[in-house]
Design a binder for this molecule. Structure first.
Ligand code: SF4
Ligand code: SF4
Length: 471
């Protein structure tokens, strides 16, 4: 780069032109489905019995639980969420390796809401040429009312979008009433304002800049592609040399008539004929655009197409094309995804409604009592994941002649202690285990905390060590 060359260029506002076609219809369908799901899901009810939220999908912040239909995730089980995120990432790798940036072009919230905002813009200000003229026109009443209406509708959509996001964290019907009657907390109003502003800025003002400059995904999604991945391709072998239709001299020009429609419809303002670019979100609107021109000119479709580099090269050389789904990376992603989902499903189906969490005292490791016995201290947490109060019998296994005392329950020490834990809660207990010194034959001895539900016999255990003086 030359020293005097500026390193900053102002953004050129992009005014994509309206285009009809198969991919545009598919994009509207996906947009409608995602809108229905996003705005509708918080209103879906799910009966979990008395005293529990009846919202099908809820990240209950006050109750510190995640509810997804019949599944309930406790804070201690947050690894399921991690697993879900990893599965989502691997699924994204797999889809990208198979079909390019379909996530970006069809389902990413940034694309969906930008599409919606652009639709409003087109309704209010007209298609590309009218918008370009309006942009350049001096201030007038016409410009004022169009801009006012556009931004008002954008703000309204942003408010509904931000508000709907809040409903995934609090009961939807309750928070809606509270919100409009002024009874919601300042946190609710604050977060709604934040998400409204975020939606308005990202989908209305920043648009393609989010994909080009802010999102990390375009920067490394190229690593998931291979020559058999489907991407948006310009079949240059067929299109070049380009030239206006009227200038076409048989056998001298390619099929591209240089009409620029593919550039005009592009939401990121690029020219796909320049080859694959990071800015291309794979929305396929340039395919619709070019196909409409090819149809008018009675030429074969798919000069711009969903194609793989391998097939494009094969076509250019007149070779037969092929679809290779079973490639090493596809197999690796699929196996990893199945493994993660399989492990999560097994974990969820086999998980117990009872869990122990044990922390031993580290300082001091042990205490020698006046009667010569050795004592270790522990903090025991019992997770009762059932909706009934339960009583658990705590005993020690593997180390004989132990006596347990629990602060508030058994002061003198006994071989076993009964501990009550309220329904759907965590019971925390300070536990001391006492052992005669002649029972210890090493500085640390294996032992197990054993917990048994006195009503249904459910058991949970936790291995630990008992520490004493060096033998
Ligand atoms: S080049 Fe085509 S597929 Fe890529 S973003 Fe532009 S219109 Fe969409
Ligand atoms: S729409 Fe098709 S014909 Fe028109 S410029 Fe683009 S590639 Fe060429």
């Amino acid at each position: 780069m030359a020293e005097d060359e500026p390193q900053y260029a102002s953004r050129v506002k992009i005014h994509p032109q309206r285009i009809a076609g198969a991919f545009r219809r598919l994009k509207w369908l996906v947009l409608a489905a995602i809108m229905v799901l996003y705005y509708g899901l918080p209103w879906l009810r799910w009966d979990r019995g008395p005293g529990t939220p009846n919202q099908a999908i809820l990240a209950d912040m006050t109750g510190r639980r995640l509810f997804f239909f019949e599944i309930e995730i406790w804070p201690q089980e947050i690894y399921y969420l991690t697993g879900l995120l990893i599965a989502g990432a691997v699924a994204l790798f797999l889809i990208t390796a198979l079909a390019g940036r379909v996530w970006c072009g069809f389902t990413c919230p940034q694309t969906i809401w930008t599409d919606l905002f652009m639709l409003v813009e087109r309704w209010v200000e007209g298609d590309r040429n009218k918008r370009l003229k309006l942009d350049q026109a001096p201030f007038s009443l016409n410009k004022l009312w169009r801009r006012t209406v556009k931004h008002s509708i954008w703000l309204l959509i942003a408010l509904v979008t931000g508000g709907a996001w809040i409903m995934y964290f609090v009961d939807a019907p309750t928070v809606t009433v509270d919100f409009f009657t002024g009874q919601a907390s300042s946190t609710i109003y604050g977060f709604t304002a934040l998400f409204t502003a975020t939606t308005y800025v990202l989908a209305g003002l920043a648009r393609e800049q989010v994909c080009t400059y802010m999102c990390p995904w375009p920067r490394f999604q190229g690593a998931m592609f291979d020559e058999h991945s489907l991407i948006i391709t310009y079949e240059a072998w067929r299109g070049e040399p380009r030239g206006k239709a009227r200038e076409k001299v048989k056998d001298q020009l390619g099929d591209c008539v240089d009409c620029s429609l593919c550039v005009n419809v592009c939401p990121t303002g690029i020219d796909i004929r320049d080859g694959q670019q990071m800015q291309c979100i794979g929305c396929a609107l340039c395919i619709d655009a070019c196909n409409s021109i090819m149809k008018k000119l009675d030429r074969p479709p798919n000069l711009i197409a969903y194609d793989s580099i391998a097939n494009m090269n094969a076509r250019a050389e007149g070779q037969p094309t092929s679809t290779r789904l079973l490639r090493p990376r596809i197999i690796a992603y699929s196996v990893s995804l199945l493994l993660i989902l399989g492990l999560m499903t097994y974990g969820l189906s086999a998980r117990s409604n009872l869990e122990i969490n044990l922390q031993r005292d580290r300082s001091p490791l042990f205490v020698t009592l006046s009667d010569g016995n050795i004592r270790n201290g522990y903090t025991l947490k019992i997770l009762n994941m059932e909706r009934r109060d339960r009583v658990f019998r705590l005993s020690i296994e593997k180390l004989p002649e132990t006596f347990i005392s629990v602060i508030g329950y058994e002061k003198e020490g006994a071989p076993a202690v009964d501990l009550p834990v309220k329904a759907d809660s965590v019971g925390t207990f300070r536990v001391f285990v006492r052992v005669p010194p002649d029972r210890l034959n090493a500085a640390s001895t294996d032992m197990e905390f054993m917990l048994r539900d006195l009503e249904n016999g459910d058991v949970a255990d936790q291995h630990t060590f008992f520490y004493g003086p060096k033998q």
